[in-house]
Design a protein around this ligand. Structure first.
Ligand code: SF4
Length: 199
């Protein structure tokens, strides 16, 4: 099932200069995953009414994209188990709980795109993805008992979920204080992590 929503156009009157935001409006399309009809999550496309391609290298630099593609430009983020890809004319988000979460994430991205675009003169654009955490390094910090207390079948699966940003050190109950500090310190060097949901 597909549902469409419109957003009103609005303008940024920041400092009374009447500046027009780069991204003003979009159409939101929510749909179920056809490959997984029984899935409990939904996906969304935000079809952008303005082209944000020029902002993508700055967005990548500021938010730490997992992957950046130059032509046509797109930047992908892995946040809290979701893949979020921003193209020039579209935003795609998967693994959403519901429409409300889709709206929150797209509105957050809209604020980020417009805010970053406004201060782009102070940002060095980035045309490649950020370094990624290594599963093996995360695994080294874990107890490796495959106890399943985290809800994952093995420590290896848990480690891949940490790479995706879907799990953090707080989700492994048997982790010692020292091991937790070690894992947190390692993950602090990457953009994905357990520092709260930004939207
Ligand atoms: S709770 Fe920790 S030790 Fe147990 S399976 Fe999950 S990651 Fe491994």
């Amino acid at each position: 099932m597909v549902r469409l929503f419109s957003t009103p156009m609005w303008y940024d009157y920041h400092l009374n200069r009447g500046l027009q935001m780069l991204l003003q409006s979009y159409q939101l399309e929510i749909f179920n995953n056809e490959c997984m009809p029984g899935a409990m999550t939904v996906q969304c496309f935000a079809h952008l009414d303005q082209d944000v391609s020029a902002a993508l290298p700055f967005l990548n630099a500021e938010l730490g994209g997992f992957e950046y593609i130059k032509e046509p430009p797109s930047v992908t983020f892995k946040l809290h188990g979701k893949l979020i890809t921003v193209y020039g004319r579209k935003i795609a988000v998967n693994a959403l709980k519901n429409e409300g979460e889709a709206c929150k994430i797209v509105e957050w991205l809209k604020r980020e795109i417009n805010g970053i675009w406004e201060k782009r003169d102070a940002i060095s654009p980035r045309y490649e993805g950020m370094p990624r955490p290594q599963v093996i390094q995360i695994l080294k910090c874990l107890p490796k008992t495959n106890c399943r207390e985290c809800g994952e079948p093995t420590c290896m699966v848990f480690a891949t979920r940490v790479v995706e940003g879907a799990k953090g050190s707080e989700n492994c109950p048997p982790l010692t204080v020292e091991a937790k500090q070690s894992l947190d310190a390692y993950m602090a060097g990457f953009s994905v992590g357990s520092d709260g949901i930004p939207w």
